[in-house]
Write a protein that binds this ligand. Structure first.
Ligand SMILES: NC(=O)c1ccc[n+]([C@@H]2O[C@H](COP(=O)([O-])OP(=O)(O)OC[C@H]3O[C@@H](n4cnc5c(N)ncnc54)[C@H](O)[C@@H]3O)[C@@H](O)[C@H]2O)c1
Length: 353
């Protein structure tokens, strides 16, 4: 393989933008083509991408790709990853891995059978603040962990595909709660310490939602997970939070506490009587005091995750737990159990790792 790997991107909007931005910062990779059903001119001119396709299969046939970034809606992760794998192309799949555990399982199996790598783009795993947090935990800063609390919340998804349960696979708890679930799996579970019980609570979608009654999936979800070794994790996600995307993690251990603020921790404090153009993702008002992100794509982990995946391809390395297909699949399995728990109104028991 040449040093500069050939990358294709499926999708052209929100996630495709931060994937293309990340590739543009890396010498070892070049985005040679993009496939999507809209905004092809917008994304290709912004990043200087030479070829565009309306059909991702055609891109796979013609472009001799080493790697594809799957930035299409959740319901397309399964067919796109399978098509890429059959064409011998490694895939970076956006979160959540799939709209069902059955689909996720097939993706892991097919990529394994074909010998193509399946990278799960859980950016929290590479967010610099959380990488530092993991290192602190590993050096014993908090002693034995007893409890982790993690959330991603904001005021509602921009994507029409994510507002619809059929194309999203669920509501906010699958779409965004997956960040928290995968992160606690990495920190508390790895493969040795499975989640053994889950208790979930969700709004019901549609008229049973708090705010987003046009969304067919839930707009509020939370779950308590218990690990076999006794630790608890509380995962939360919702679309009812005004004021900008709020990603927070708290770790409580026998010897200490760590609190992480991924989105409101900018070193820049700005006061402006006029609206500024941008502060942080999903901020509804950008006037008065704001905390504009310094480099949001970097602090959320998008840049370093792509660099990591490109290096895995070049060095032929297996991705670490948390950004591999297995962790993506376990996350979907756990979230399905959380939905089941919410519907049944009781705790669901199992073994997920
Ligand atoms: N890691 C993160 O923090 C993060 C953030 C946002 C989105 N995402 C994920 O990225 C994925 C895309 O989300 P988004 O917010 O960019 O959605 P979006 O609605 O902004 O864009 C959807 C894209 O999919 C493309 N598309 C739709 N049907 C297609 C088809 N048949 N073939 C090719 N392309 C097709 C559209 O052209 C569009 O570019 C989702 O899986 C989402 O969960 C992850």
């Amino acid at each position: 393989m040449t040093e500069r790997i050939r990358v294709g991107v499926v999708g052209s909007k929100f996630a495709a933008d931060f994937h293309c931005d990340a590739y543009s910062r890396i010498d070892a990779a070049e985005v040679v083509a993009v496939a999507a059903i809209d905004n092809l001119e917008g994304i290709s001119s912004k990043y200087g991408i030479p070829k565009t396709y309306e059909d991702y299969n055609e891109m796979f046939e013609e472009e001799n790709l080493d790697l594809v970034s799957v930035c299409a809606p959740n319901f397309l992760h399964h067919p796109v990853v399978l098509a890429a794998s059959e064409a011998g192309i490694h895939a970076v799949c956006e979160k959540p891995l799939a709209i069902s555990a059955d689909q996720g399982r097939e993706m892991v199996e097919v990529c394994g059978k074909n010998g193509t790598k399946l990278f799960y783009a859980e950016d929290w795993m590479h967010a610099p603040a959380l990488v530092r947090t993991e290192a602190l935990i590993n050096e014993g800063a908090v002693g034995d962990i007893l409890y982790i609390k993690a959330k991603e919340v904001h005021n509602g998804t921009h994507s029409p595909f994510a507002q619809n349960k059929e194309t999203c696979g669920g509501g906010v708890f699958l779409h965004m709660g997956c960040h928290a679930v995968t992160w606690v799996l990495r920190i508390l579970g790895k493969r040795e310490n499975p989640v053994v019980e889950v208790t979930g609570k969700m709004t019901g979608g549609g008229d049973e939602n708090f705010v987003h009654t046009k969304n067919t999936g839930e707009d509020f979800g939370m779950a308590m997970l218990r690990f076999r070794d006794g630790q608890f994790a509380f995962a939360e996600s919702n679309y009812i939070t005004l004021g900008g995307m709020d990603d927070k993690v708290e770790i409580y251990g026998t010897k200490g506490v760590i609190k992480v603020d991924l989105t409101f921790s900018s070193a820049v404090n700005c006061y402006s009587t006029d609206e500024i153009s941008y502060s942080i993702e999903k901020a509804d008002i950008n006037r008065g005091w704001t905390k504009p992100a310094v480099d949001e794509f970097y602090s959320l982990g998008y840049v370093t995750e792509i660099e990591y995946f490109v290096n895995c391809v070049i060095r032929d390395e297996v991705p670490k737990y948390g950004v591999d297909g297995r962790a993506g699949l376990t996350t979907v399995e756990i979230i399905e159990a959380c939905y089941e728990s919410s519907e049944l109104g009781k705790t669901v028991y199992g073994s997920w790792s």
